[in-house]
Design a protein around this ligand. Structure first.
Ligand code: AMP
Length: 268
């Protein structure tokens, strides 16, 4: 229980661009295997083989680690990415993000939110009312790190995701990332779709509605993806929020409810 944990982060680059990243918390016994798995992932990425790989492994004292539950998971079936983006916008509106801000974030992710219309390495921080970009570096964005599942929660999640036919790395990792993002009080909602050209699904997450997946938020073959964290930071510090997202270690030790897929036309 009081054994230290290790934060493992991987960043891979190809042709001067960000290619892939991953972040886990691990026991001493698992560090080497997880590091090897991350290196393998970078060398066999859908967008090509990594040309440089950076691994950072840091010890964290067990006393620093907070424990929390995962959000509930919902899937709404949509016919294509256009319907998916309309549905995602509706969920974001209900979470309290202004319509113009939603439209702006969708088009920034679709067009590449980093300078030069590139995909960012991390997430944009977007003011939920004004749409202002708040992250200090618009190419890097904010990389959420130091979060993972306990072994017991991982087994429960695996079996529930298997039941739904959703047990893949994308869903497992994104659910844990979104759970950490939602644990910050300044966060209103998150919007994400992958930069992996073979993976078209994406999600919106908010505290009230949970983790809401759509099988299509972009067309197949599209390499641009990204994340937007919609925030309200009045009365709190932006630096504090960024530090929390990047550095606060959290283990998720309970899963939420995982709902079967429903058709968007039946959304209440
Ligand atoms: P992925 O779901 O891994 O394909 O990532 C999709 C996009 O989300 C990436 O292009 C990044 O812009 C962003 N992203 C990936 N990992 C993180 C992270 N740990 N924290 C914040 N943003 C991330």
């Amino acid at each position: 229980m009081n054994k230290p944990l290790y934060s493992i982060r991987m960043r891979a680059r190809r042709q001067g661009q960000h290619l892939s990243g991953a972040e886990r918390l691990s026991s001493l016994e698992e560090v080497e295997q997880l590091a090897a798995d991350m290196v393998q992932r970078a060398l066999h990425h859908a967008r090509g083989r990594a040309e440089s790989i950076e691994l950072t492994i840091e010890q964290i004292s067990a006393a620093e680690v907070e424990r929390r539950p995962l959000p509930d998971l919902h899937t709404w079936l949509v016919g294509d990415y256009r319907q998916g983006r309309l549905a995602a916008a509706e969920i974001l509106r209900r979470a309290g993000v202004a319509q113009g801000v939603i439209d702006g974030a969708l088009s920034q992710i679709a067009g590449g939110a980093a300078p030069g219309a590139q995909t960012m390495r991390g997430a944009m921080l977007v003011d939920a009312d004004s749409g202002q970009r708040l992250e200090p570096d618009q190419a890097r964005g904010v990389r959420v790190s130091r979060m993972d599942l306990t072994e017991q929660a991982r087994q429960q999640l695996d079996s529930e995701l298997n039941r739904l036919g959703l047990n893949n790395t994308h869903v497992r990792e994104a659910l844990v990332l979104a759970a950490k993002v939602l644990s910050a009080p300044e966060i209103v909602a998150e919007l994400c779709w992958s930069d992996d050209p073979d993976y078209t699904a994406g999600y919106v997450a908010s505290v009230a509605q949970g983790y809401v997946r759509f099988p299509h938020l972009k067309p197949l073959g599209e390499e641009r993806g990204g994340r937007a964290f919609f925030v309200r930071t009045e009365g709190s510090s932006l630096e504090g929020l960024i530090d929390y997202l990047q550095n606060r270690p959290i283990l998720f030790d309970r899963i939420g409810r995982l709902h079967s897929a429903r058709h968007w036309e039946t959304y209440p």
